[in-house]
Design a protein around this ligand. Sequence first.
Ligand code: FES
Length: 68
Amino acid sequence: MYVCLCAGVTDREIRKAADNGINSMRQLGEELGVGRQCGRCACTAREILKEARSPDYMALANRLAQPA
Ligand code: FES
């Protein structure tokens, strides 16, 4: 789903950025442009980033990345 309409950024792109080491809204804004215009997406983007950086999510993502 689109999270930031101004920059055309989806939740999937935010999760991928988190997987690549982005861990703050400042970095997310610099990397993808999220929250840099109207700012309406900031709360949702922050929640997705927080969830994607949580230990439970990281463990699940690492487990799914392992070959079967
Ligand atoms: S919707 Fe993200 S800056 Fe406007």
